[in-house]
Ligand binder design. Structure first.
Ligand code: SF4
Length: 239
């Protein structure tokens, strides 16, 4: 990925329609991303779960020991009442800097797969983005991405899924999300190839990273067969 490293160094369940709606704050420190100032407006009340996650520093020592030596910065982007869940892997370096999920080329590709624009993707009333770790895991000594620390999902994921009791559609992005949400240990390719077994409530996808461009070329059915059905389902759920 080109450009300067943006890291700041420093020390399913599906239930009945929603019964209540709570509003969670966007942190004041979160910068505006690509002209989305209308989405950066403050949200008036607090939710204890979101605030507890934002304050979480469980992985401080783990992150300090990585090649990036960064501090935790949980990227929390969900609100009860959301109808679609995007279950991702973990923030990358760019998202760690922006404080908003999928503000990178992977996000551009994912939104294309889903057939929605940025305004729809970042509308908390419709879409929740919940990765397997809320913080950027860092790089190892070879500058490769580290996996999401399992303690994050163990600590938070069950509580968050309980709060998201209006989700009608789950988009599972990458093998880590497949394993947690589907309990599967098979390959990503096999899981995605069997997408019809899980639609229309769940769609397992590969990660939209540039690293998977070769995978997309080898598996043209993903674009010609899966994506049209996925886009129609997303439009139906968010309409
Ligand atoms: S990755 Fe998860 S558990 Fe670790 S500090 Fe961030 S929010 Fe806490």
């Amino acid at each position: 990925m080109g450009g300067p490293n943006p890291i700041i160094r420093s020390g399913a369940k599906v239930r009945e329609p929603f019964r209540h709606r709570r509003y969670w704050p966007i942190p004041a420190s979160a910068p505006i991303y690509r002209g989305m100032s209308d989405l950066g407006r403050p949200i008036p009340t607090h939710d204890p779960l979101a605030d507890r996650i934002r304050a979480c520093r469980i992985c401080a020592e783990r992150f300090a020991a990585t090649a990036t030596a960064h501090a935790p910065r949980p990227v929390v982007w969900f609100r009860p009442g959301a109808r679609m869940l995007v279950a991702g892997q973990a923030p990358g370096a760019r998202v760690h800097a922006s404080g908003r999920p999928f503000t990178d080329p992977s996000g551009d590709r994912l939104r294309d797969w889903l057939g929605i624009d940025e305004a729809t993707f970042y509308d908390l009333s419709g879409v929740a983005v919940v990765p397997m770790a809320f913080c950027f895991p860092g790089y190892n000594a070879k500058k490769a991405d580290l996996p999401p620390p399992p303690i994050c999902a163990h600590t938070w994921h069950g509580q968050v899924m309980d709060a998201l009791d209006s989700v009608e559609l789950k988009i599972l992005v990458g093998g880590h999300a497949h394993r947690w949400h589907m309990g599967r240990q098979v390959s990503v390719t096999r899981t995605v190839a069997n997408w019809r077994d899980h639609a229309p409530r769940v769609f397992p996808l590969p990660h939209p990273s540039w690293r998977n461009t070769g995978w997309l070329k080898k598996n043209p059915w993903f674009e010609t067969e899966l994506l049209p059905v996925l886009r129609a389902r997303v439009a139906e759920v968010l309409s």
